[in-house]
Design a protein around this ligand. Structure first.
Ligand SMILES: Nc1ncnc2c1ncn2[C@@H]1O[C@H](COP(=O)(O)OP(=O)(O)OP(=O)(O)O)[C@@H](O)[C@H]1O
Length: 297
């Protein structure tokens, strides 16, 4: 008989504002047990998914599945990559940007089934100063909103929208000196997103032409804009047309240096952090193996 692969599901009970108590039973029902030997752990605090992942990878686990949103994926995937193992995703977050890009079904039952039938894809990852990210990082309003959202008790899409609208009117633009693969740009920006995939999550596309397999990152500069143009910005992002807007400039590259006037918040896959004035971001092509459905990419 073929040896079964040890697979650990690391479940974030608070991501996406949804209950996860049924997840182990669903896995038990739909995962191919002839192939996999499943185990489960629930996270108890921020950073716990990374601790659980590290511990499991030092034992005999070959596949770790992040059950949660992009923040949970970030913690688990960082360790999976360090150990050269394989990541699975059951997307139960608020935005689910990376899972949506990879066409991993949002229905947990179908996501479990695609672990049975899918294939491994080597995707690009990125380093942001001393941190890694997989979907999106950013600064300016982007990061400000993540730090406000992190204080919120309720999660989910409605939470984001409510906080976004409350904060947007009072947030001022900032000054940035940017270098992308040696070419210099000086810009005033409302926000700068560094995109590995094409979307923040919830099918909001800041970089419609981005791909996690092209060996490139997209520097997406949202210029200062009057509030009356907010619906237009939302519209172009939802219609996958951000690259055609005069309010959004997108520059592709591998090595990005950004210098700003003050130390401030950044976000790494939606999780807020405080960083200094000088930021260095670079891509690591094809550096993480993820199980994706056969039809992806
Ligand atoms: N038991 C827990 N209690 C509180 N926070 C937790 C717990 N377990 C994990 N966390 C933290 O929850 C945060 C949010 O997780 P995650 O990003 O997966 O969900 P989300 O923000 O709802 O989804 P998305 O990133 O897709 O929008 C992460 O910072 C994670 O470290």
């Amino acid at each position: 008989m073929q040896k079964r692969t040890n697979i650990l599901f690391i479940i974030n009970p608070i991501s996406g504002g949804t209950r996860k108590s049924r997840v182990p039973a669903l896995i038990d029902r739909y995962l191919d047990k002839a192939r996999y030997n499943p185990n489960f752990r629930f996270t108890e605090h921020r950073g716990h998914a990374a601790e659980l992942a590290d511990e499991a990878l030092r034992k005999q686990f070959d596949i770790l599945v992040a059950v949660g949103g992009d923040g949970t994926i970030n913690e688990v995937a960082g360790k999976v990559m360090e150990h050269g193992k394989t990541l699975g995703i059951i997307a139960l977050g608020s935005g689910n940007g990376l899972a949506r890009f990879l066409q991993i079904p949002l229905d947990p039952k179908k996501a479990i089934q695609s672990l049975n039938t899918g294939r491994e894809l080597a995707v690009d990852t990125a380093v942001f100063n001393d941190r890694v990210f997989f979907n999106m990082a950013g600064m300016g309003f982007d990061a400000h909103l993540s730090s406000v959202f992190a204080e919120e008790k309720g999660r989910g899409l409605l939470g984001y929208l409510r906080q976004g609208l409350a904060e947007i009117g009072t947030y001022g633009s900032k000054h940035y000196q940017i270098s992308v693969d040696g070419k210099a740009y000086v810009r005033e920006a409302f926000a700068i997103s560094i995109a590995n995939s094409s979307q923040y999550g919830n099918n909001v596309f800041i970089a419609p032409q981005a791909s996690v397999t092209d060996g490139l990152l997209e520097v997406c500069i949202i210029k200062p804009f009057p509030l009356r143009r907010l619906p237009e910005i939302a519209w172009v992002m939802l219609r996958r047309k951000a690259h055609t807007s005069d309010l959004i400039e997108i520059i592709s590259g591998k090595e990005i240096l950004i210098s700003r006037d003050t130390e401030a918040a950044v976000h790494i896959d939606g999780e807020p952090l405080y960083m200094g004035k000088d930021l260095h971001i670079s891509v690591r092509p094809a550096s993480l193996n993820i199980i994706v459905p056969n039809h992806t990419l």
